[in-house]
Design a protein around this ligand. Structure first.
Ligand SMILES: C[S@@+](CC[C@H](N)C(=O)[O-])C[C@H]1O[C@@H](n2cnc3c(N)ncnc32)[C@H](O)[C@@H]1O
Length: 215
């Protein structure tokens, strides 16, 4: 299987410089909520520059963080050394995870399911590596709930957006894709982030938990 295009030097520079400011403006609280209550061994896909790492609870015994983009991975490796729990950052793509079947208690996807090349394939792969009864935690910007913004998002996805922002798509209906992949959604919040009067194409956001099922 091809890895697809995973080096995005301009996007990597951009994301590494803006994401800490996003975290100072409310993003860090969302990450805290995303990871709250996790225990045991966790796999994080598309970990980027590692901004989740500081928020893993002490009951997490190991995080395997998979990140294909070299520049972001290097920053992530530095942040892993400062994390309160053991974090190993490795090269790889979410479509083909370097992990045994059913080897993790949970998986984490934040701001990455918008960018993967094969969303159903990634969700199948997560289903494979999470143990029966384990969970998927997600924090993702998604398709809007209003027709006007959805039209803008679709137009952007069909034109400039993916090329400008490292393969990101703004019109993905990620909650539906998670459910279609066989996960049972246990908890789902929808909100706009950041909280601005006029929404950005990336503002509609979901945060939630889905369980992997026992079979
Ligand atoms: C917007 S950044 C988010 C980084 C991080 N998850 C966070 O919450 O800040 C998107 C990340 O997804 C990664 N990515 C893109 N395609 C991927 C794939 N197929 N498999 C794994 N990661 C991927 C990118 O390299 C980038 O680090």
């Amino acid at each position: 299987m091809s890895r697809g295009r995973t080096e995005h030097p301009l996007f990597a520079r951009f994301y590494a410089s803006v994401s800490p400011a996003m975290d100072r403006s409310g993003g860090a609280e969302l990450r805290e909520k995303l990871l709250s209550g996790l225990t045991g061994e966790v796999i994080e896909i598309g970990a980027g520059n590692g901004l989740n790492f500081a928020h893993y609870p002490a009951a997490v015994t190991r995080v395997l963080a998979v990140e294909p983009e070299p520049r972001l991975r290097e920053i992530g490796q530095r942040n892993a050394r400062l994390a309160p729990v053991p974090v190993e950052v490795v090269d790889g793509v979410a479509e083909r995870l370097p992990a045994e079947d059913a080897s993790f208690d949970a998986a984490v996807a934040s701001l990455v399911l918008c960018s993967v090349a094969d969303l159903p394939g990634v969700l199948r792969e997560l289903n494979r590596v999470i143990r029966p009864g384990g969970e998927l935690r997600f924090l993702e910007h998604v398709r809007a709930q209003t027709p006007a913004l959805t039209r803008v998002q679709r137009l952007l996805d069909a034109t400039v957006w993916p090329a400008l922002f490292g393969g990101c798509h703004v019109a993905r209906d990620t909650a539906v894709a998670i459910a279609d992949a066989g996960f049972a959604i246990q908890h789902l919040e929808r909100f706009s982030f950041p909280e601005t009067r006029i929404q950005f194409p990336t503002s509609p956001t979901i945060l939630g938990t889905a369980s992997r099922g026992q079979s």
